[in-house]
Structure formats: C-alpha cells, structure tokens
Write a protein that binds this ligand. Structure first.
Ligand code: HEM
Length: 129
C-alpha cells in the first residue's frame, strides 16, 4: 500500500475523470480509478462525485460493512486539518438517549402507577371506609 498523504479540497476537485477519479468520504481521500469498473453500483455514480465530497452520497446508499472494508483498499490519504469537517454522528448514542430519557423516568417507570394506586387506595378508604 502506498504512503498516506494529506490533501486539500482544492487539490482534489479536478481529479474527476475516468483516468483519475478521487473523492472524499468522511475527511478521508479515496482513489477509485481502478475500482470504477468493479463498483457494484456502477462507474457513473462514482464519476459523478469524483473531485467532490462524497460522504453524503456514500451514506445515503447505506453501504454494507463489506463495502466499508473494501474502501480501505482505495484510501490514499486524508484532508489537511484546515479542510476537515466535523463528522456527523451517525451511530445511535444510547448514553445520550438514556440520559435524555431518565429526565421523565418517574412518569414512565413502574413507580408512577404504583404510587398512584396507593394514593387512590388511601383516598378511597378515607372517603368511603
Ligand atoms: C471506495 C468507495 C466505495 C466502495 C468500496 C463501494 C462499494 C460498494 C459495494 C461493495 C456495493 C454493493 C452493495 C454493498 O455491499 O453495500 C456498492 C453499491 C452501491 N454503491 Fe458503492 N462504493 C463506494 C462508493 C460509492 C459512492 C461514493 C456512491 C455514490 C455516489 C456509491 C453508490 C453506490 C450505489 C448506488 C450502489 C448500488 C446499491 C444497490 O444496488 O442497492 N458507492 N458499493
């Protein structure tokens, strides 16, 4: 495998031909020239995004983990720090979810109906007992 390089977005923007097809996915730079004819999604989609940031298009397709493994083979480097973007969180964050949810946990947990039931019993006994 060749040495990994740092690229600017500007350097990549003209590399959009069949002879030299390079794009960016998640701040990493891929040279897919030799992959064009082998891509199961066809060479046209790859050429459409060559020279550009293909992160969203790549993600929209919902590529398999096999595809994500395969792309390592075509990685030639990454963007220089100044050209990097902050990556969107794509994976579901259970920690955040639980933290959010614990705010209303009293109402939604089993405790609320039990306490309500006890209160009603006491009230009923007091009024009609
Ligand atoms: C190095 C980068 C890429 C690799 C290694 C790759 C690999 C693959 C593989 C293995 C598949 C077969 C389905 C799967 O396993 O998910 C696939 C399908 C596909 N890919 Fe890619 N892909 C790359 C980049 C892209 C990009 C940038 C786009 C869009 C611009 C794209 C669009 C598609 C489409 C449309 C399909 C067909 C999906 C279908 O028929 O259901 N791919 N790709």
């Amino acid at each position: 495998m060749s040495e990994l390089k740092r690229f600017t977005r500007e350097e990549i923007q003209n590399r959009n031909s069949k002879q030299d097809a390079v794009f960016i996915i998640d701040n990493e730079v891929y040279n897919v020239t030799s992959f064009l004819d082998d891509h199961p999604g066809g060479h046209e989609v790859l050429l459409n995004v060559a020279g550009k940031d293909a992160s969203e298009d790549f993600d929209d397709v919902g590529h398999s983990s096999d595809a994500k493994d395969l792309m390592k083979k075509y990685r030639i480097g990454e963007l220089v720090d100044e050209d990097k973007v902050e990556l969107k969180k794509r994976h579901f964050n259970w920690e955040e979810y639980n933290k959010e949810n614990s705010k209303n946990s009293f109402i939604s947990s089993w405790k609320f109906p039990v306490v309500l039931g006890l209160l009603m019993t006491v009230l009923y006994t007091y009024l009609f007992g």
